[in-house]
Design a protein around this ligand. Structure first.
Ligand code: 5GP
Length: 397
């Protein structure tokens, strides 16, 4: 790729400007692996390619779910380990989410048993400072030092937790436990959403702990390298094989298994009843089909439609326009059937999202986001209701 000036260099990556595109950077992953805040360093041929692939695939998954990230494109093909990202000013924090006790948590809090499940998930902030080994920092200290404001802090916490749950879902489906995860944020320097926070830096096999079958001794992540006393070439080969395996597994994460929703109206006059739920389903990115039957005039036709649809679509959910047609469909199909008259449109769309999320991580992530947005709408409505009325010329009184 045609790159401009080098703008920054980390322990495992180099950032370049993109000629003619001031809001875009090129991130090039290197073959190095480090531990102990850079105290130990080795080169593993091909690690940069594997890391770029892993990070691009993770970011592509998060983008598909609707989370804000800096990732634009690249990193997955034969492209010199380079990906394109939106340029940010980085917030000097490592945001860690923990689902199982390990690492620095059990060192700091020996009363917490290593390997124990953490629910609700624990959120911790560390300030980026290699010389002082990235110390823990409390949220009020982050605000007091002007590193982030309270709204940004809340947003980082919410996005980090959702990111963890999405990746934990993807790993669970591969019989692997996501133990903990570190992400970083930046503020977009230009373009649409300028100043907004996005997930930035990289998320690769250095950023998490993953235990296949929940067994620590089977770990596939960078901890294996951190734990080495002396580093032999065969150790590095083992680390490389694990990284390669992880990149391949992560390659299956952003695959969307789109669901199909068959909306079945009992008579043409019932079609409009189904439209509100079609609108509520839009954040889930599912395909909607509309069919009209008549349980009174042509009863056999409803059954015929069900048989056709069942034979065609692998992940199919029915929405019926009323209880009678719902009962007819439910008796004829092994797929889930919902009656539109039984729930509010948003509630029904969410219920369907949850059904499809069981075996699809993209839908799972979109479902989490719909729920988070619904929660935030309640808090905003409350805040607005209780905010002071505007003064005579529109300013706050
Ligand atoms: P801990 O605080 O237990 O050492 O780490 C928590 C999580 O954050 C682990 O998944 C670990 O891999 C990740 N992590 C902590 N520090 C760093 C770091 O400097 N770089 C990277 N890539 N990940 C880190």
């Amino acid at each position: 790729m045609n790159k401009g000036l080098e703008v920054a260099r980390g322990k495992t990556k180099v950032l370049y400007e993109m000629p003619g595109q001031p809001d875009v950077l090129v991130v090039q992953a290197q073959d190095s692996i480090t531990a102990g805040d850079g105290a130990r360093r080795d080169e593993i041929a091909g690690k940069g390619r594997i890391a770029a692939k892993t990070t691009a695939r993770v970011f592509r998954l998060l983008n598909l779910c609707g989370l804000p990230t800096h990732y634009l494109s690249g990193g997955e093909d034969d492209d010199d380990n380079e990906m394109l990202v939106r340029r940010c000013t980085m917030i000097p924090l490592e945001v860690v989410v923990r689902g199982v006790a390990a690492g620095s948590l059990v060192r700091r809090k020996p009363a917490i048993a290593r390997g124990s499940l953490i629910v609700p998930r624990m959120l911790e902030f560390f300030i980026k400072d290699d010389a002082n080994h990235d110390p823990l920092i409390e949220p009020d200290e982050i605000v007091a030092r002007g590193i982030a404001n309270p709204a940004e802090l809340a947003m980082m916490g919410e996005v980090a937790r959702i990111t963890f749950e999405i990746l934990a879902h993807a790993w669970r489906r591969r019989e692997t436990v996501l133990v903990d995860l570190k992400i970083e944020f930046g503020r977009l320097i230009g373009g649409e959403g300028r100043g907004n926070l996005v997930i930035a830096d990289v998320i690769d096999n250095d950023s998490w702990r993953i235990w296949p079958q929940g067994r620590e001794e089977l770990m596939l992540d960078k901890q294996l390298y951190r734990n080495l006393h002396e580093v032999t070439p065969s150790d590095l080969e083992r680390v490389r094989d694990n990284y390669e395996r992880v990149a391949e597994l992560v390659g299956t994460f952003p695959v969307t298994r789109t669901g199909t929703i068959a909306l079945v109206a009992d008579g043409a006059q019932a079609v409009p009843l189904l439209e509100p739920v079609v609108r509520s389903l839009s954040p889930f990115g599912v395909q909607c089909l509309r069919r009209v039957v008549s349980t009174h005039l042509v009863p056999g036709f409803a059954i015929q439609i069900v048989q056709q649809l069942d034979a065609t679509f692998p992940r199919l959910v029915y929405i019926a326009s009323g209880p009678h047609v719902a009962a007819v469909l439910a008796a004829a199909t092994p797929n889930p059937v919902f009656d539109v008259t039984e729930m509010e449109a948003d509630e029904l769309a969410l219920a369907i999202g949850k059904v499809l999320a069981l075996d699809d991580t993209v839908t799972f992530g979109r479902t989490l986001l719909v729920q988070a947005n619904a929660r935030s709408a309640v808090l905003q409505a409350d805040a607005q209701l209780n905010s002071p009325p505007p003064g005579p010329n529109g300013t706050l009184a």
